[in-house]
Design a protein around this ligand. Structure first.
Ligand code: GLY
Length: 364
């Protein structure tokens, strides 16, 4: 299986290569792009244990000079302190303006490496090699990079497009089941907001809650259609001045639920699933979207083993308050992404607080 998706951004355009066994081609693919001789491979301890050797060998066999920076795993390390460590490695290994940082890992590694590359020497090349399904279909594409501030996630960051995204589905074999399900929320999202055919293909699949039930050719199609959706949206609106906001479908309420449960009970994808269920109900209430489509979306969420109800103990009024603090609030208005028809969504800042409360109460 081999597909190439272009993210079309003029002189900053790049390819997303989806290629089984592609990790071993990393060096050759980079060589074709002329990304300098020196490479800093950034990863975390657990991913590096599995794939560090293969990635290093692939880079070295293409004649590249490789050094590495291995960070501890986990969102709690997505801090400026870790960025300092990457800068330290860049300095020690004398990276130059023409050099490249390679992010080998999930979204945390990708976001941090992207941010370090965006700022080191005022910007050097970055290549994304995502190893989680979530990073493959979302974070590795589109150039959003950054770290958390003690008072909020992703508050510090920059747009910095990668020069290449290399997706090797073979590395997913070590992905834990809950992380697979969590990423399926983003895949379902693309089906609802952008690609109705993808939605149909997911509906035709018997089970979506574990990777072993998803046939290799369907997984390949899920990956390339999801990456294509993200690439299409980013190509049309790189800096999120309009369209790109639709990628936040399910995320506004999702983030609120994640943060109100202290990021311990509900993970990102589970929050997005709950958020999509709520936004879909809101859209039905507002007469924008069909109750039958809402039912079909709920069936997919359930088939992926994801929650569509609020977790016990969350207060709906608190969710509403948290929504007002979201970094995507504009002029004090909460902006919701609402589905219009399968494959199309719209942004609205006119959703009444009482309707939000009513929908959330029905989800308890
Ligand atoms: N994950 C949303 C975006 O990249 O815009």
């Amino acid at each position: 299986m081999h597909s190439v998706i272009k993210v079309d951004l003029g002189s900053q355009s790049y390819n997303v290569c989806v290629r089984s066994g592609g990790l071993q081609d990393l060096g050759t693919l980079m060589g074709d792009l002329n990304l300098g001789k020196k490479v800093l491979l950034v990863s975390n301890q657990s991913i590096f244990r599995h794939y560090g050797e293969a990635a290093t060998a692939a880079l070295e066999s293409a004649g590249l000079e490789v050094s590495s920076c291995i960070l501890p795993p986990g969102e709690q390390y997505k801090t400026l302190n870790s960025i300092q460590k990457i800068y330290g490695a860049a300095l020690a290994n004398r990276l130059e303006r023409s050099s490249t940082m390679v992010a080998l890992g999930g979204g945390v590694v990708g976001d941090m490496t992207g941010f370090a590359a965006a700022t080191w020497l005022r910007g050097i090349n970055v290549v994304q090699v995502p190893t989680s399904l979530l990073a493959m279909v979302d974070a590795s594409i589109g150039g959003k990079t950054g770290v958390n501030h003690p008072l909020g996630k992703n508050l510090i960051g920059a747009f910095h497009q990668p020069r290449l995204v290399l997706i090797d589905p073979d590395v997913l074999k070590t992905l834990p089941g809950r992380e697979f399900r969590s990423a399926m929320a983003e895949v379902i999202k693309y089906g609802v907001i952008w690609d109705a055919e993808l939605f149909g293909k997911l509906e035709n699949c018997q089970r979506l809650d574990q990777m072993r039930y998803v046939k290799a050719d369907l997984l390949a199609e899920i990956l390339s259609r999801s990456c294509q959706a993200k690439a299409d949206v980013v190509s049309k609106d790189e800096k999120e001045s309009g369209l790109r906001a639709i990628l936040n479908y399910g995320h506004t309420i999702g983030h609120a639920v994640e943060s109100l449960t202290n990021y311990k009970v509900i993970n990102h994808g589970e929050g997005v699933a709950i958020g999509m269920a709520a936004s879909s109900r809101l859209a039905v209430e507002l007469g924008m979207w069909d109750a039958e489509c809402d039912r079909r979306q709920s069936a997919l969420i359930e088939k992926a083993g994801l929650p569509a109800k609020l977790p016990a103990g969350v207060d709906v009024e608190e969710i509403l308050n948290t929504l007002q603090l979201d970094k995507k609030v504009q002029d004090g208005k909460v902006r919701f992404v609402l589905p219009v028809r399968l494959g199309e969504a719209a942004v609205s800042d006119r959703v009444d607080g009482n309707v939000i409360l009513q929908v959330l109460r029905e989800m308890l």
